[in-house]
Every structure is written in structure tokens, then in C-alpha cells.
Design a binder for this molecule. Structure first.
Ligand code: SF4
Length: 490
């Protein structure tokens, strides 16, 4: 299926898209897999591998798996429901498997019963978990391995195998076996679904070519592609809803003070900064723009770190960058700030569509997973997406938008993932503010140029991918290197 703007921006819960949202989705997906067998389940086994096991405690991974097994979905579950379920599970030492289906099965199972294998990395991806359901005789009723591949996306072993078999069948000419015939149908479906896009693109160069051929902007190309999947009203309503969740997330955070959970004793700063900024800059002097951008980025990431509701953009760890840069676009780009409600709505939609077009390239050509390519894939990708979105709102040409996205990533290359205690707090929260500033600078630099530049977005994405592949696993969301081992926890 082609990637949509609504794949890049989803509503979820903190603190991590790959380590919280993905595992919860895996748990709820397993409930769907069980189907009518749910009532026969007498026992459950969960094996957690690699980065999920190494940093799962700090990321709320184990808790998220349990909630997923109760049937919770990160985009739908309310914060008070999560709290109630967590309280019940810890008081009773049980989960209600598939509770959301209305026919739940209560089982004695806690996160201590999960088998954690931090040093075992499955060949397909470091973020993996296997869930097994057993009947009363101890026989396996169902088993599946899930890979949380970044940004909350989850792929099962079965799906990987199906894709591989389909590819093999196609390579073999595909007609001489029963299996090949059935997989060719899968292939045909895949082809027709990607073929539905009026302007498919798989590289920055192809995207610019589509713009040149049609005279359309990157925003318009992405919009036209979205229209092949949903109505104009759904796109508009959906994107404004995404923005409203971003805004609610920041404002909820600005109301909270105290310490973030997890034992690192990281104090929430956004609340105090907000009070100080409001007093110092009541009229929104442009000279203070960076303080407001920093504030929004930090507020969103503090909310994420405390397990609140956030928009995965394109990951949770990097969730503050796009709201912060969008805040800049809405308040400091004169044509938008002074254009009234309709100009603001237009800017939100254009910003998110353009950012998503850039995000599609990272997802398809490299990775947005810190566990795969380090923080350059999370914060770097978000900074690049935000730069592209802002350049579009500022009236940039397709070449200037592509240039803005390229500049932002070029200066995030090599960024490692080394969160202290595996918590998405240090360096993550401040890093979002810094990356938002980079995105604004990148867009402004691109707008000063004519779009012609030496390094293409495709080249920088490929460089990010290769750098990530070469990076030691110590720096890929394992909390085994960098700040994670050099800062004394107290
Ligand atoms: S360091 Fe970057 S990639 Fe790692 S958890 Fe923090 S934000 Fe995510």
C-alpha cells in the first residue's frame, strides 16, 4: 500500500512509537489473530528481543504489550482508561486477554513473566517480540513474531514471509505452482494499490520530476495522491484533527509541573518557561520566536515522556519538532499570521502534506527507527520533514522545499541514540528543540537560494541510511553507549 500522510502522523501515546505504540499494536493484533480461539486460551508467553528488551523498562514497552493484549489500541485508548487498566493489572497480577472484544479471558500474567532477551537480535529487526497462546493442555493455539519497525509501524513474521514468497514467485515467472498463482494475486493487488496513485514517487528526484511535468507543487502532488485514498473532506478534517491533538498535547503539558516519571529526576521545564515567556513577551515580539519554538518542542516531548497523548510525527521521540515548527509557521510567517483563520487552516494542511511527502522518502529509502539508524532517523527525519513543510508554507518552489529538507538532514547526520536509562528524556527533549531550530534555519536558508544546490535530498537520505548501517549497535536505542553510560544516574 502507498504511504499516506495519515501513516506518517498518527495519534498515539508516549513515550516511544517503536517501543510503546508498536508493541501495543502488536498485542492488539495478536488478539485479532486469535479470533474465535480466544476463549480456549489458558496461558500466554511473551518473548521480547533486542532493543525492545534492552530499553523496554524505560519506554513502557512491557506495559504497552500487556495493554495491547487486553485489546487497547494506541490511537483510540483514553488516558484514564490506561490508568485504570494499569492499576487493575498491578493489583491483581492478571490481564484480561482481549478484554476490548467483550469476551475477555483472565490470565495470571505480568511483565515479570515476559522473557527478555536484550542480547538476542532477530535477523529481520532489533525490535522484535514473539507472542504465543497456549490451550489448557499446553499446546500452542497461535504464535506470531512482530517487528516494531519505527514510527509505530508493525510488521509480522507472516507478512514478511508472504512478501518474500510473492517476490520469489514473481522472480520465478510465477505460473507453475499453486502457490505462485495465489501469490500473483497478492502481487497484482499490491501493484494496483500503488498504481492507484496519480503521481507515485519513490525518490526526491522523481518527486521534483512530477512537479516539473505537471507544474504542481510538492503539496499539490501529495494532496492529489491522498485524494485517491480518501475524500477532500476526510483529508481536511483529518489533518486539522492531527493539528488539534498536537496543540492539545502542548497545552496540556504547559499546565503540568513536577518531575517526569522513570526515576531520572528530570524536572518538567515547559510550565515555568511558559509563565516566564508570557510575562516577558505578551505581544509575541518576533525577537522571541526561538523561545516559543523551544517551548512547544519541549512541552510536547515532556508530555510524551510522561506517557501522554501525542502525535507520532513521524516517531514519538521526535514528536515535538513538527508542532514547534508549525507553531513558527502559524505565528511568525507574516502571510499566515495575519491571514486569519482560513490562512492558518491552509498553512496547517500544506505544512503536514509537504512534511509527509518528505517523510515518505525517509520511510521508503532509509528508516525512521532509532533502533535501526540512530537518532538521525528519528529527530533528523522529523527536522527534515519540518524544514520542507515550512519552506512550502513560506512559498518555496519544489526545489527550495527539497533543498530545505536536505539541509536539515545534512546537519543531523550521524546523530546517535543514547537515552539515559532508556528513558525518552535526556537527550531527547532538548534535542527536539534544537532540531526544530535547525529546521527553521534550513527553510530560511533554502528560501534565500534559488533551489539549486550541491547535495540532493536523495544523496543525503542514502548517506543517513549508510551511516546508520555502519553505526555501532551501542548507539541505536540500546542505552549501552554515549550519554547513557557516561552520565551518573542518581
Ligand atoms: S535519542 Fe533520539 S532516537 Fe533515541 S530515544 Fe531519544 S529521540 Fe528517540
Amino acid at each position: 500500500m502507498p504511504l499516506s500522510v495519515f501513516d506518517l502522523f498518527t495519534v498515539g501515546i508516549g513515550p516511544s512509537s517503536s517501543h510503546t505504540v508498536g508493541p501495543m499494536r502488536a498485542g492488539s493484533s495478536f488478539i485479532n489473530l486469535l479470533g474465535e480461539s480466544l476463549g480456549s486460551v489458558a496461558g500466554i508467553k511473551v518473548d521480547v528481543f533486542g532493543s525492545l528488551a534492552a530499553t523496554g523498562a524505560g519506554h513502557g514497552t512491557f506495559d504497552a504489550i500487556l495493554l495491547g493484549l487486553e485489546g487497547c489500541r494506541p490511537d483510540l485508548v483514553e488516558a484514564n482508561e490506561l490508568t485504570a487498566r494499569r492499576t487493575r493489572m498491578s493489583e491483581t497480577g492478571t490481564i484480561i486477554l482481549g478484554d476490548s472484544t467483550g469476551a475477555g479471558v483472565e490470565l495470571a500474567f505480568t511483565e515479570d513473566d515476559m522473557v527478555k532477551r536484550p542480547l538476542t537480535v532477530l535477523p529481520r529487526h532489533t525490535n522484535a517480540l514473539t507472542i504465543t497462546a497456549l490451550d489448557s493442555a499446553g499446546e500452542t493455539l497461535a504464535e506470531e513474531t512482530y517487528y516494531s519497525v519505527g514510527g509505530g509501524f508493525v510488521t509480522s513474521e507472516t507478512e514478511f514471509l508472504e512478501k518474500e514468497r510473492a517476490a520469489e514467485a514473481e522472480a520465478a515467472g510465477g505460473a507453475d505452482s499453486e502457490f505462485a498463482v495465489s501469490e500473483s494475486v497478492v502481487d497484482a493487488e499490491l501493484e494496483s494499490s500503488s498504481g492507484e496513485l496519480p503521481y507515485p514517487f519513490h525518490s526526491g528526484a522523481e518527486l521534483l520530476q512530477r512537479c516539473a511535468e505537471t507544474g504542481m507543487s510538492i503539496t499539490e502532488i501529495m494532496h492529489a495522491n491522498e485524494l485517491s485514498m480518501r475524500s477532500e473532506e476526510e483529508i481536511r478534517h483529518g489533518l486539522l484533527h492531527i493539528y488539534s491533538v498536537m496543540e492539545e498535547c502542548a497545552s496540556a503539558s504547559l499546565d503540568r509541573s513536577g518531575y517526569l516519571p522513570g526515576g531520572l529526576k528530570v524536572r518538567r521545564r515547559a510550565h515555568d518557561w511558559y509563565l516566564k515567556l508570557k510575562a516577558e513577551d505578551p505581544d509575541r515580539d518576533p525577537g522571541y520566536y526561538l523561545e516559543w519554538v523551544n517551548l512547544i518542542a519541549m512541552a510536547v516531548n515532556e508530555e510524551n515522556a510522561s506517557g501522554g497523548r501525542v502525535v507520532t510525527a513521524p516517531t514519538n521521540g521526535a514528536a515535538g519538532i513538527i508542532p514547534a515548527v508549525l507553531h513558527y509557521a502559524l505565528n511568525y510567517v507574516t502571510s499566515v499570521a495575519e491571514g486569519g483563520e482560513s490562512a492558518k487552516h491552509r498553512a496547517i494542511i500544506d505544512f503536514l502534506l509537504t512534511s509527509a511527502a518528505v517523510g515518505v522518502l525517509y520511510k521508503e529509502r532509509a528508516s525512521i527507527s532509532g533502533a535501526e539508524v540512530g537518532c538521525q532517523g528519528e529527530v533528523g527525519s522529523a527536522s527534515s520533514m519540518a524544514a520542507g513543510g515550512l519552506a512550502a508554507v513560506m512559498g518555496g518552489t519544489p526545489e527550495q522545499v527539497e533543498n530545505a529538507a536536505e539541509i536539515a538532514m545534512e546537519h543531523n547526520l550521524g546523530l546517535t541514540c543514547d537515552p539515559i536509562s532508556g528513558l525518552v528524556q535526556v537527550p531527547c527533549i532538548e534535542r527536539n528543540a534544537i532540531a526544530a531550530g535547525k529546521a527553521i534555519n534550513a527553510a530560511r536558508m533554502a528560501l534565500w537560494g534559488d533551489g539549486q544546490h550541491r547535495v540532493s535530498l536523495d544523496e543525503v537520505i542514502e548517506t543517513m541510511r549508510q551511516t546508520g548501517a555502519d553505526m555501532s549497535s551501542k548507539y541505536k536505542e540500546t542505552a549501552l553507549g554515549g550519554l547513557a553510560v557516561n552520565v551518573v544516574e542518581c
